[in-house]
Design a protein around this ligand. Structure first.
Ligand code: BGO
Length: 271
């Protein structure tokens, strides 16, 4: 059975290195439709029925940069069978910000915890099993530079794709945000599959203009969603986008402090 894998991650997480190692000479470079953002696709070495699409390096799935829009349109419309999300293990909080969003869009995700060859030197110890169970997705330790863990991460990705194994849990926002997201989820049209609804609800709460346009909701739903968003803003004295961002970072902080230990002179999460 053919499988499509999307490689996602922050800039500098090692995506190009991994893409080259996985596909070798079997690459085609072009542009994403309608924009001058480079699109790289390739076939897995020795497994020509597996296509790997290299998404642009991004920090978020917000609608503000071409790279983010290209990535999320691809993920939501083309629906690859599985995402390999590269997380730079030496910069885990920032990288998990994108991961929390990828884990919401209803596609199986495998995290490649990359740059693990640098952990010892940086006095970082990661409880990979604990992190995996907290996030609800498989995590494979990799070093794209040294070529370790690559077969394992691809095998895991193919397994998740074939079983359509979507993340086993969703991150929880603070109570008031959860309540707003849950209510808005009820307004997401039936045409959006169950697995995608939460992502759309969060985006509607954030007043994401592209998502709002794309869904063409009835006026009554739009005004109720606006009411939910502005009530939350009044209660929290902040805009919904910042509230959602803070919620993600609070969650990440909790997960990281339980599963990542730093020692020596390096900065710790609480510094
Ligand atoms: C330079 N381990 C280590 N140690 N380094 C890695 C790993 C890994 O697992 N994976 C990637 N790198 P990209 P994006 C560089 O280029 O693939 C390194 O943006 C340098 N270059 O080698 O480009 C990789 O596509 C001079 O490092 O990332 C690269 O996601 C000095 O991470 C960098 C030091 O990888 C970014 C590093 C001239």
């Amino acid at each position: 059975m053919s499988v499509t894998i999307a490689l996602a991650g922050n800039p500098n997480c090692g995506k190009t290195t991994m893409f080259n190692a996985l596909t070798g000479a079997n690459q085609y470079v072009g542009n994403w439709p309608g924009v001058t953002v480079e699109k790289k696709e390739g076939k897995l070495k020795n497994q020509k029925d597996v296509t790997v699409t290299d998404l642009p390096g991004i920090y978020s799935l917000s609608p503000y940069t071409l790279e983010e829009v290209v990535s999320r349109d691809y993920l939501l419309k083309e629906k690859p069978d599985v995402i390999i999300d590269l997380v730079d293990a030496t910069n885990i909080e920032r990288n998990l910000y994108l991961a929390t969003q990828l884990l919401e869009i209803g596609i199986p995700v495998v995290i490649a915890l990359n740059m693990v060859d640098l952990l010892k030197k940086n006095n970082i110890n990661i409880n990979v099993k604990g992190l995996s169970s907290a996030l609800g997705c498989p995590i494979v330790e990799t070093s794209a530079l040294k070529g370790t863990g690559l077969k394992e991460v691809v095998d895991e990705a193919i397994k998740c794709a074939n079983q359509h194994r979507v993340p086993s849990k969703q991150m929880e926002f603070p109570k008031a945000v959860e309540k707003a997201v849950n209510e808005i989820e009820g307004f997401v049209p039936e045409t959006i599959s169950q697995e995608n609804r939460r992502w759309y609800a969060v985006k509607l709460l954030e007043r994401d203009s592209k998502v709002k346009e794309g869904l063409s909701l009835p006026a009554s739903a739009q005004s109720r969603i606006e009411e939910i968003a502005s009530n939350l803003e009044k209660a929290e004295d902040d805009d919904t986008e910042s509230i959602v961002t803070d919620g993600r970072y609070q969650y990440i902080q909790k997960v990281v402090s339980a599963n990542v230990k730093r020692s020596g002179n390096k900065m710790t999460v609480s510094d």
